[in-house]
Design a protein around this ligand. Structure first.
Ligand code: BES
Ligand code: MN
Ligand code: ZN
Length: 487
């Protein structure tokens, strides 16, 4: 979707005019018929309300859309504004109108709030129609352009930053939406290389031979049942001080998770195409961070494998040696995410000596049992990092809820034959998974693990997304970088 700022005095009369309205503050310049109709429809400007009326202005009939943004003093003001922008676009996406004009002249919206409105609009307008060849006309996306009139000074600059974030969210959604016959480790790398070309992000890729030489037996053990070779993808953005240790983001990129020999049931297995949502969030965040030229050093690493059950697949009971040297008894080949991440985590520490690490992974079904689809779970060995992430989650809408770590949980993954096993008992499954990862974090390195299993994919439309890929994590990471690393 195109978003452009125009001069209200010279723009042609638009056919659809959208006006954000504060609670109980109908614009005073509305035609009487619209003002009365809005009142009769009980439109008050409450956040999320939408009123549509028609009026003749000169010759043409104009659609006037009032979009409620609630009270200016509401705690969730920014979110309400975003949601209003999204709500309008949801309503008009397939309505036959090619363009909407947002008239902000009497809205009182600041430049930042304007950018929030547009971000909501843009994100809600994203769709993946590449494989729909028989859409009926009334199902096709018709909305192409939003023109913005009367915006506060500075809105254009604010929007430029948010547009970079939108690019990142949309890229993550694209990666998540693509099926596993299209996005697999090699093609994930290719898609990222193409998308990040020219942004200043440096790409590095490890192939099997290099991973073998580094001793990544845990990651390669997962990959060995698939004909598609594994990859590690590293994306480096150096926008900060020279020589300053980077922040590291690490994503689980299981491009399809059958469970391996511990195979999953057939029903719902198609969902496991989005078992690379952590890696997609990392790639999207790198695009956002580079796109807005963030003043920080950040490296994004994706551990990319396909978990399949062929004749060469690893078996339950196999013992693998990770890059750290620690051995792992693979009790359940479906607990593969931690096996991929542990080698990616070791590698990022040896290679980059990061100042802190955040990993994102669709790691456990147990996390969805705990938190549903409202919060991702956060685990951390460092309170400051945890608090910064939780604040970034609240600020961006990608919310986080903290879970405990501790020796009593850690003990549950001791193995009688190796240094650890890859699963604990059924209860506390998200926590033992996090304990497993913590065994690969060097003393003194601040680290946080985000289990995003419930957040990557939505079965129903949400605030700024349709059903399907949400792009969760991109805004969170971008916000964390903005608020904590850019001074
Ligand atoms: N990718 C799954 C977790 C998952 C399940 C994410 C459903 C999103 C939706 C992960 O690899 C997995 O299979 N985890 C197992 C772990 C178990 C074997 C200890 C699980 O959660 O059942
Ligand atoms: Mn699995
Ligand atoms: Zn998985």
């Amino acid at each position: 979707m195109q978003i452009q700022f125009v001069d209200a005095t010279t723009a042609p009369t638009p056919r659809v005019v959208v006006r954000p309205v504060n609670q109980d503050a109908l614009p005073t310049d509305l035609e009487l018929v619209l003002a009365e109709a809005a009142k009769l429809s009980r439109f008050t400007g409450k956040a999320g309300q939408i009123f549509e009326g028609f009026v003749q202005r000169g010759g043409p009939v104009v659609r006037v859309v009032l979009a409620g943004i609630g009270s200016p003093s509401a705690d969730d003001r920014r979110a309400a504004i975003e949601k209003a922008g999204a709500g309008v676009v949801a309503k008009y996406l397939t309505a036959g109108e090619p363009a909407l004009a947002f008239d902000l002249s009497a809205s009182g919206l600041s430049a930042q709030e304007t950018a929030a409105l547009l971000l909501g609009a843009r994100l809600r307008g994203w769709r993946h129609d590449a494989y729909r060849t028989r859409l009926k006309d009334d199902q096709k996306k018709t909305l192409q352009t939003i023109t913005v009139m009367g915006a506060a000074p500075g809105s254009g600059g604010e929007w430029l930053r948010e547009a970079a974030v939108a690019e990142g969210v949309e890229f993550a959604r694209e990666l998540v939406t693509e099926p596993a016959n299209v996005i697999y480790p090699e093609s994930f790398v290719e898609r990222c290389s193409r998308r990040l070309a020219g942004t200043g992000v440096q790409i590095r890729v490890l192939d099997d031979a290099e991973m073998r030489a580094l001793g990544m037996g845990a990651l390669l053990g997962v990959a060995q049942g698939s004909v598609r070779p594994a990859r590690i993808l590293a994306m480096e953005w150096r926008g900060g001080k020279e020589g300053e240790r980077p922040m590291a983001f690490v994503g689980k990129g299981v491009t399809f998770d059958t469970g391996g020999i511990s195979i999953k049931p057939a029903a719902g297995m198609e969902d496991m195409k989005w078992d690379m949502g952590g890696a997609a969030a990392v790639a999207g965040a790198m695009l956002a961070i580079a796109g807005r030229k963030a003043n920080a050093n950040v490296v994004g690493v994706c551990g990319l494998v396909e978990n399949m059950p062929d004749g060469n697949a690893q078996r339950p009971g196999d013992v693998v040696t990770s890059m750290s040297g620690q051995t792992i008894e693979v009790i359940n080949t479906d607990a593969e995410g931690r096996l991929v991440l542990c080698d990616a985590l070791t590698w990022v520490q040896r290679e980059y000596h990061p100042a802190a690490i955040v990993d994102l992974a669709t790691l456990t079904g147990a996390m969805i049992v705990s938190l549903g689809n409202e919060y991702a779970g956060l685990f951390a060995n460092d309170d400051k990092l945890a608090e910064g992430l939780i604040a970034a989650g609240t600020g961006s809408g990608d919310r986080l809820w903290r879970f405990p770590l501790g020796p009593a949980y850690d003990k549950l993954i001791d193995s009688p034959i190796a240094d650890m096993k890859n699963v604990g008992p059924r209860f506390g499954g998200s926590i033992t998974a996090a304990q497993f990862l913590q065994r690969f974090i060097d003393q003194g390195t601040p680290w946080s693990h985000l289990d995003i299993a419930g957040m990557v994919w939505a079965d129903k439309p949400g605030a700024t997304w349709d059903k399907g890929a949400t792009g969760y994590g991109v805004r969170l990471l971008d916000r964390y970088v903005r608020d904590n690393l850019e001074g």
